[in-house]
Design a protein around this ligand. Structure first.
Ligand code: SF4
Ligand code: SF4
Length: 386
């Protein structure tokens, strides 16, 4: 099998704690706040776990500082905080027992609750998102109690009809209270839409919520510790790093011994679905599971070539879409035309771009079109995805 498609978890090695490395000075974290409003000002002292940005509409989760420090810069999309001191925010309140208030407490403490629905079938997904993105193995094998705390909280808040654990075939992972469903560990079987189909035998049923094990762990840890989770496990190569949310990509790569060269592409996530960063100062997010480096001399580079009509992208699209047609319209700014090709059904697996003979940036065009459409009041379900 192409190793790019193997979702068999690798053997568990030790986790490297970034704070135990010699960073040569205080850490400067960069927290991405796109679409949120800052709650702090330049030069303000902030505590670890203090909220620093929130959604004026009250939908997205609040963001928190992962260090005690001082705000040194605020841009439209980022807040930069230099580590200093040891202040920690006061404990959060999780005493609510009414479901809506329980979910709101999660949102205020950094958990994205937009996809959680009452009386759903709740699927916990432990299949690695892409090859090598298996840092959560440590969590599912070592932190059963925390995962159970998170699941019990969700059971009270959502009253789910059923709870399932999707796991890579061959692993003996369990979470008490969840029925196990083995998934063939081959990409793209890990994606929520395909996990849902494998577990429920239905395509896109309306009453299913899928969350990955790391999200469940964050909920359990947040409720247990009465503080937002400020650390994240990020895999670089075969090594998982435990690091504060917002740690600059460049700091992590240096700690891991990687020296990016000119024209390398640094990706948050995996090569098929990840997003390229434009600066080594870009901080890792709470949901960053890996950093990937694509080197132009080893990996094919995408180009603005015209479509040659080979059909490979259509053959390999697991959503049975026509990425060739979607990309042709998106390329020339005809975003509304992409609706006729069901762009909303694309679950961004990236396989069309992988197989494209012309090396067209198909997923990038699709994401651009979705973003442009979501900015206009046209498709309700696209807005919900954001
Ligand atoms: S990213 Fe491409 S291959 Fe994947 S679902 Fe979307 S259109 Fe299909
Ligand atoms: S794989 Fe690329 S070149 Fe072939 S039809 Fe799709 S977009 Fe066109």
């Amino acid at each position: 099998m192409n190793p790019l498609f193997s979702l068999i978890p690798s053997e568990r090695g030790p986790i490297v704690n970034l704070w135990e490395q010699d960073l040569g000075g205080p850490l400067e974290i960069s927290i991405e706040i796109s679409g949120l409003s800052p709650l702090v000002q330049i030069n303000e002292q902030v505590s670890k776990a203090q909220a620093v940005a929130s959604d004026p509409a009250g939908r997205k989760a609040d963001l928190h500082s992962s260090v005690s420090g001082r705000v040194i810069d605020i841009k439209k999309d980022f807040i930069t905080i230099r580590e200093e001191g040891t202040r920690v925010a006061l404990p959060a309140d999780f005493s609510a027992t009414e479901p809506a208030a329980m979910l709101e407490a999660l949102r205020k403490n950094g958990v994205d609750i937009r996809n959680l629905k009452k009386e759903c079938t709740l699927i916990i997904n432990s299949v690695p998102h892409e090859a090598g993105m298996d840092g959560h193995r440590f969590l599912i094998e070592e932190f059963t109690e925390i995962l159970t705390t998170g699941l019990n909280y969700l059971k009270k808040a959502l009253s789910p009809k059923a709870c399932a654990l999707a796991l890579p075939k061959g692993m003996n992972w369990t979470i008490p209270g969840c029925t196990g469903h083995e998934i063939p560990p081959v990409y793209p079987n890990s994606l929520p839409e395909l996990v849902t189909k494998a577990v429920t035998s239905n395509e896109m049923p309306p009453d299913v919520c899928v969350m990955n094990v790391t999200e469940l762990y964050r909920i359990g840890r947040t409720v247990h510790g009465k503080q937002p989770v400020t650390l994240v496990i990020v895999k670089i190569g075969s090594t998982p790093y435990l690091t504060p949310v917002g740690t600059p990509v460049g700091v992590l790569l240096k700690a891991a011994g990687f020296r990016p060269a000119e024209h390398d592409r640094i990706i948050l996530g995996g090569p098929l679905t990840g997003k390229t960063v434009y600066s080594l100062k870009h901080g890792v997010c709470a949901d960053t599971q890996a950093i990937t480096i694509l080197r132009p001399d080893k990996e094919p580079t995408i180009k603005d070539n015209p479509c040659v009509g080979c059909g490979e992208c259509v053959i390999h699209c697991p959503a049975r879409l026509m990425p060739n047609m979607i990309s042709r319209h998106a390329e020339f700014g005809l975003y509304e035309n992409t609706q006729a090709y069901n762009i909303a059904s694309c679950f961004e697996c990236g396989l069309c771009g992988y197989w494209c003979k012309a090396q067209r940036p198909l997923l990038q065009y699709i994401r651009l079109a979705k973003k442009e459409l979501a900015a206009k009041p046209i498709i309700e379900d696209l807005r919900e995805q954001r």
